[in-house]
Write a protein of this length. Structure first.
Length: 201
């Protein structure tokens, strides 16, 4: 399985901090756009932005920047619904304090065991992990020998990619920090990816 895949988390969305899974589709704030442009500029300066194609989640906080970057660089763009964020069910659109107050028991269960303690209508972690890692494997296989793909995606998608590369259980996603505009690089050795770099600053 040739090539490498880079993952870039979207920047800050408009609307403040709240649970945004696969249903809430807020656009980027002006600061969120700046975060992404600054990250790409830093990668470019370091010689790490020589991508041959771009793939994006369909949600606008990822897709808008992916489309702009693809247009600027004349690169092919693919939208992949399997790279959307994990669904948070009835918590979608709510702030963390509001969830803690309105769904106290569910919130405690989620904090105790985020894999199993999901809110009503939330996406099971095993299903989420399978769809994300399956999508990443397909994109890696479809690359040319010298392919370098940039994927613009979400926090939990990038956490899943990181623990997959470390051959760790899906529960380990809760121990990976993924700030806005963070960057993850994966490189393949046969069928198994290896984690090359994770940038949060």
């Amino acid at each position: 399985m040739p090539g490498q895949i880079d993952l870039l988390r979207h920047g800050e969305p408009a609307g403040g901090k709240r649970y945004r899974g696969d249903q809430i589709d807020d656009p980027l704030s002006e600061f969120g756009w700046a975060q992404l442009r600054d990250r790409v500029a830093a990668l470019q300066a370091a010689g790490k932005a020589n991508w041959t194609q771009i793939v994006s989640s369909p949600l606008i906080r990822c897709r808008a920047f992916a489309e702009a970057l693809a247009n600027e660089r004349g690169l092919p763009l693919q939208i992949d619904a399997n790279l959307r964020e994990r669904g948070f069910g009835c918590w979608e659109g709510l702030g963390h304090r509001e969830v803690k107050e309105r769904f106290a028991a569910d919130y405690r269960a989620y904090k105790a065991d985020p894999d199993r303690g999901m809110p009503t209508g939330g996406e099971a972690m095993d299903a989420f992990f399978s769809r994300v890692t399956g999508a990443l494997a397909r994109h890696a296989k479809s690359q040319q020998a010298d392919g370098k793909t940039l994927i613009v995606a979400h926090a939990v998608v990038i956490r899943a990619a990181a623990v997959w590369a470390l051959n760790a259980p899906s529960a380990a996603t809760h121990f990976v920090d993924t700030d806005y505009a963070c960057f993850l690089r994966l490189r393949w050795r046969g069928e198994q990816p290896s984690l090359v770099e994770l940038l949060n600053d």
